[in-house]
Design a protein around this ligand. Sequence first.
Ligand code: ZN
Length: 340
Amino acid sequence: MSAKPSPVTTTIDYEQEGKQRSYLRLPHSRNSSAWGSILIPMTVVKNGRGPTVLFTGGLHGGEYEGVVSLMKLSRELQPETIQGRVIIIPALNLPAVLAGQRLSPIDNKDLNRVFPGAWNGTTTQVIAHYIHDVVLPLCDAVIDLHAGGYSLSLIPYMSMHYLADETQNQQTFAAMQAFEAPVSLMIKEISGEGLLDYAVERMGKIFLCAEVGSAGTLSPTVVKLADIGVRNLLKHFGILEGEMMTREAQGLPPSRLMEVPSAKNYHIAIAGGIYESFFELGDWIEANQTIGQIHFPENFTWEPQPIIAQTSGVLLCTRGPGFVEIGDSVAVLAQDLDVS
Ligand SMILES: [Zn+2]
């Protein structure tokens, strides 16, 4: 951890009892504002002793359900109804959220690739550094809400990584199931370094990442799922009283326990063009089956380029828009996970 102080300030006192709604203030000098700031809304609700949970949304712009759900939670939650502390930051990378795009328009960086950040870095790195050095040490668990953004369509899921520490693994697994998403997913990342996930996991804390929402849209079904999930988690951690809203109680089938165990589960476009998927989300695909194909509209003599399944599984994630560039993710297959 850096010993350097963050340039980010806030009027919020994390140890104060009650409900505080304010901003993380980040100095942002620009042509139109010499002494300007970026103000990132944050709500802290605290009542007595108990665990601290951080909810984050909007690490990427263009991912809307989590942002909306956490804004509702931040309005609704009152100190007298909780035991412990809840920190809610619905739009952590506010410049990206306001621009409706994945990366920050200020420095073109992905907030979920720059952790642990840098106190003297660019805007996105400074946000990450403050969260890493100031907020994460306060927390027992971090719940990060994402969606498919512009580029991906997904079956809504709550996910965790395979963790080496057995206690951390079991506690994270129990929390994942409490969210009651359609799919509960163990996942091997291929996203590289700098994720908030790894920063929290290295501190020995519980980290969950939800993918709730698809292709830059906002689905009422998925917002409801997120609303129920975040409240279920607060009940799971003993912060909020009351019965969990199970999927059974909603007349839904139980959460499907699945995994994405290997890089083979991820399929990328090996050419740029128009991607035609042969399957819908949730369909079963056998290994070596053709998942879809890429067409080349500039030349009718070129045969489409097939995308061949490297493993069998359920289509968990597919490309959102029709056009793909070489290297884009076009299909992720997931397998059922046997916990016994
Ligand atoms: Zn995201």
